[in-house]
Design a protein around this ligand. Structure first.
Ligand code: OAD
Length: 250
């Protein structure tokens, strides 16, 4: 049987779904991934140098401008068929009394723009700026920012609301992730290289309770061996086919 139909059969009866997503889900919207050939962000910009607390301390203007440009770039991108199919799935499952949570490593808000209502942003958001003095977060700062770096009312700076190398993930996001993983009936890993922890360990964590586990990715990853079905291909093609196979075309 073809893997989509097999996966759909396994997923049809489940009520609580957790989907772990990475940059591969947004690739077809035009947002670059992190670790791939020519199109990866790391080949075009030295993200490792910019995405650290030290870089912001030393060059706050440069780092703020770079993130503000990424904020502008992702607003010009649109959710793709993978995002939209995940939103449809959430809608269908919730109307039937189920739960559907997206645990995303992406900072682009494309899941929310597609219509997903329960999205945990593990690595923060490009659309949030945080005061370095009070920790207050703002989503309403103008685009582009009027100056780089942007002073905050409390006498500090607004820093990008993303998680940098060497920083802990937001505590509420971690708590929600573990709660949903502990209670789900199915876990999917979509468009992530599954190399960066803690998200890389989420499938294994859920799998310790023998839930249904499915992966969709362009290439095999460390979780491919753990899941029931690993489907290789584009998320923008496979996710809509999977959701359609679960619910039928109508
Ligand atoms: P990566 O760039 O590491 O991996 C993207 C994965 O998506 C790869 O395995 C690709 O094969 C796959 N992929 C690419 N295009 C795809 C498509 N159209 N359909 C399906 N799969 C596709 O991105 P992440 O796993 O998200 O963290 O990286 C995790 C974290 O690493 C990022 O959030 C970032 C980085 O360090 C921080 O910045 C804190």
């Amino acid at each position: 049987m073809d893997p989509i139909r097999r996966a759909a059969e396994m997923l049809r009866g489940v009520h609580r779904v957790v989907v772990v997503t990475g940059a591969g889900v947004s690739a077809e919207s035009g947002v670059p991934t992190f670790r791939e050939g020519q199109s990866g962000i790391w080949d075009r910009h030295d993200v490792r140098r910019l995405a650290t607390p030290e870089a912001f301390r030393r060059h706050p203007g440069l780092v703020s401008r770079w993130y503000d440009e990424r904020r502008r770039d992702v607003l010009l991108c649109q959710p793709n068929p993978a995002h939209r199919a995940l939103a449809t799935w959430e809608h269908r499952l919730r109307s039937a009394g189920g739960q559907f949570t997206v645990l995303t490593q992406n900072v682009d808000r494309l899941h929310q723009r597609a219509g997903n209502g329960d999205v945990v942003e593990l690595h923060g958001s490009l659309h949030t700026w945080r005061c370095t003095v009070t920790g207050r977060e703002r989503r309403d700062l103008p685009l582009p920012l009027p100056q780089y770096p942007m002073p905050s009312e409390a006498g500090g700076l607004y820093r990008p609301g993303v998680v940098w190398f060497g920083e802990d993930l937001p505590e509420p996001a971690m708590r929600r992730s573990f709660q949903t993983l502990a209670a789900c009936d199915a876990v999917l890993s979509i468009g992530t290289s599954a190399l960066v922890y803690p998200a890389a360990g989420f499938v294994e964590l859920a799998q310790s309770r023998s839930v249904v586990a499915i992966e969709i990715n362009l290439e095999p990853t460390p979780v491919s061996e753990l899941v029931d079905i690993s489907m290789l291909g584009r998320a923008g093609e496979l996710v809509p086919r999977l959701v359609e196979a679960i619910y039928g075309a109508g």
